[in-house]
Design a protein around this ligand. Structure first.
Ligand code: TMP
Length: 232
């Protein structure tokens, strides 16, 4: 294993409903890429900057149950614009790999499909908020909605998690639609029982973006190998 630093400006987003384990998968991928010599930035939305984290608390605070859908949309976009300008663009310019927990697909799934805002309106807002930045690849983690929600609200539900089951079903359908529509960019990964197994599927979904050394697979069972091969 070489520790020579590798420069590779790559922007990968992780998407999915509540409790699918995005942050765990981002950490596992970041560890593996770091070991292979890449410089990796792990960020989350909304958040990742001082301004963004303050906006996050407003968005997730259950006391703000009466927030207007347009206000909600614009707050997510404001946090995004800050993150893109302050962190993501400079990191990519410096040749880093950027892994982000949610990006514009979440806004379409939550604010358009689930909340009911017009898709074109949300698309236009996404272009403004993202400063027209599009992920190189998006990993969509897929898990049963009830299972994910149950896990997510273990420690108490935030304002978005507290939305009903039907809202989260619509989020799920939204992501499915987006994965179908952008099948060159979005790769769906079915969450497995073991996070290590899910990681192998995640890695298979992005391995072509990295060099051979990072892409060398771990020793994995033939059953899992088959699942990886069947992954679309
Ligand atoms: P997280 O808890 O997964 O970090 O995400 C925060 C919540 O915000 C989650 O319920 C999804 C929601 N969200 C939106 O509704 N729209 C967005 O654009 C983003 C980025 C997140």
């Amino acid at each position: 294993m070489s520790f020579e630093k590798k420069e590779k400006p790559l922007f990968i987003s992780f998407e999915g409903g509540e409790g699918v384990g995005k942050s765990t998968q981002i950490r596992l991928l970041a560890d593996r890429l770091t070991q292979a010599g890449y410089e990796v930035y792990c960020l989350r939305e909304p958040g990742g900057t001082s301004v963004g984290e303050q906006i996050r608390s407003i968005l997730l605070d259950c006391a703000n149950a009466n927030m207007a859908p347009i206000a909600e949309l614009l707050l997510y976009e404001a946090a995004r614009a800050q993150l893109v300008t302050e962190v993501i663009k400079p990191a990519l310019a410096a040749g880093k790999v950027v892994l982000v927990d949610r990006f514009t697909d979440s806004t379409l799934a939550y604010q358009a499909f689930a909340r009911g805002l017009d898709k074109e309106l949300v698309n236009t807002s996404n272009i403004i908020g993202s400063c027209a930045l599009v992920p190189t690849r998006t990993v969509l983690l897929d898990k049963d909605v009830d299972e994910g929600l149950k896990k997510a609200i273990e420690g108490g539900a935030d304002r978005m998690e507290a939305e009903g089951r039907e809202f989260h079903e619509r989020v799920h359908e939204g992501f499915e639609y987006l994965a179908h529509r952008h099948d060159q960019r979005i790769v769906t990964v079915a969450c497995q029982e073991r996070k290590e197994d899910t990681h192998e599927l995640v890695f298979a979904a992005v391995a072509d973006l990295f060099n051979e050394q990072a892409a060398r697979p771990y020793e994995i069972s033939s059953e899992l190998l088959q699942k990886i091969k069947e992954q679309k």
